[in-house]
Design a protein around this ligand. Structure first.
Ligand code: HEM
Ligand SMILES: *[C@@H]1O[C@H](CO)[C@@H](O)[C@H](O)[C@H]1NC(C)=O
Ligand SMILES: CC(=O)N[C@H]1CO[C@H](CO)[C@@H](O)[C@@H]1O
Length: 327
């Protein structure tokens, strides 16, 4: 009886939380919110097309740690270490664009638009600007009150498909969602340190990873150096070696030609479970764009705070003063 009640409650509370989100949440409280976000993303994109990749990665890291609650934006203090300071976040970029958008929104409608929604809407716009599809994204997320580097547990680049999948399943996402969302690697870069092991003496074989095109491996080795003798500064290479700044399905074509940079990316084309999805996206650009829009909406719904939970931060980098955080 009691157990049933708990199941009933948790079902409906969860449902309630996500039911708070709706397309056009700010249409009466801050009608220009989405326009203001779009204009600032567009301005930045005009001088820096890499902003699409920066926002996509920020959004993913935010949503996979404690849900899409802008916990990734919190700066560490002398006594606390926030999500930003966890190893995998090392190279997340774009924080200053979020600050700029927040400043403009606070001027237009103070304490109304959450930082979590800014990340979500800005990412949607940046994908569209880079050639992806435009989709309507529900808003109404609230900002979280906790950000702890110890909670960051993101999948690493050297995983197999069956090893990576549980990270997605734990967030309510499917294999299809995972293969689709990794399509975000159609834009952006990776530092050599994340794939250097593939370039020479892969897993002690004395050879490069045989699943990588040999000409590509040789070229990357010149850029990166070997794992035992890496080049000084950790250089970056494009994750999609063909159309590096365009949000298209070329990433999947690259995987089919053994030109994936990260091991997990290449594995998508090789594992029996994911290979058919890669093939279908490689041959059908519209299928990829449509699946990507739905998978992004799903990712943007992970463990969101609605109603009166959390807060609307005034500065995305710090919790509002005086809010109580359970200690
Ligand atoms: C198994 C899951 C994933 C793994 C292991 C993974 C791993 C990585 C790694 C190692 C990098 C390179 C970071 C650097 O050197 O700075 C990277 C970059 C990137 N990731 Fe992922 N990723 C995953 C899923 C995702 C998802 C779901 C998204 C978004 C929907 C995403 C978006 C990006 C983007 C856009 C970049 C380029 C960032 C830039 O250019 O600044 N990744 N990823
Ligand atoms: C690169 O992308 C273009 C544009 O989508 C495509 O037509 C071409 O076949 C691709 N080239 C390679 C080598 O994959
Ligand atoms: C941008 C940022 O805050 N990077 C941090 C990520 O984590 C590393 C390692 O813990 C820190 O040294 C960086 O400052």
């Amino acid at each position: 009886m009691e157990k049933n009640l708990i199941i009933l409650l948790s079902c409906c509370l969860l449902h309630f939380a996500s039911a708070q989100l709706r397309v056009g949440f700010y249409s009466s409280t801050c009608p220009r919110a989405e326009t203001i976000i779009r204009q600032l993303v567009q301005k930045r994109f005009g001088t820096d097309r890499s902003i699409t990749a920066a926002l996509l990665r920020m959004h993913f890291h935010d949503c996979f740690v404690r849900g899409c609650d802008a916990s990734i934006l919190i700066d560490s203090t002398k006594s606390t270490s926030s999500e930003k300071d966890a190893g995998p976040n090392l190279t997340v970029r774009g924080y200053e664009l979020i600050d700029e958008i927040k400043k403009a929104l606070e001027a237009a409608c103070p304490s109304t638009v959450s930082c979590a929604d800014i990340i979500t809407v800005a990412t949607r716009d940046a994908v569209d600007l880079a050639g992806g599809s435009h989709y309507k994204v529900p808003t109404g997320r609230r900002d979280g009150l906790v950000s702890d580097s110890a909670e960051v547990n993101l999948p690493g680049p050297s995983l197999s498909v069956p090893e990576a999948l549980p990270f997605f399943r734990a967030k309510g996402l499917t294999l299809n969602d995972m293969v689709t969302l990794l399509g975000a690697h159609t834009v952006g870069v990776a530092h050599c340190g994340f794939f250097q092991d593939r370039l020479s003496n892969f897993q002690g074989t004395g050879k490069p990873d045989q699943t990588m095109n040999p000409a590509l491996a040789a070229r990357l080795l010149r850029t990166c150096g070997t794992a035992s003798r890496p080049l000084n500064r950790d250089p970056t290479v494009f994750l999609d070696q063909n159309t590096s700044f365009t949000f298209d399905n070329q990433f999947y074509n690259q995987l089919r030609s053994k030109k994936g940079i990260l091991q997990i990316d290449q594995q998508l084309a090789l594992d029996r479970s994911s290979a058919p999805i890669v093939s279908s996206f490689a041959s059908n650009p519209n299928a990829f764009q449509q699946n990507f829009a739905s998978a992004m909406i799903k990712m943007a719904n992970i463990q969101v705070l609605g109603g009166k939970a959390g807060e609307i931060r005034k500065n995305c980098r710090v919790f509002n003063p005086k809010s109580r955080r359970g200690f």
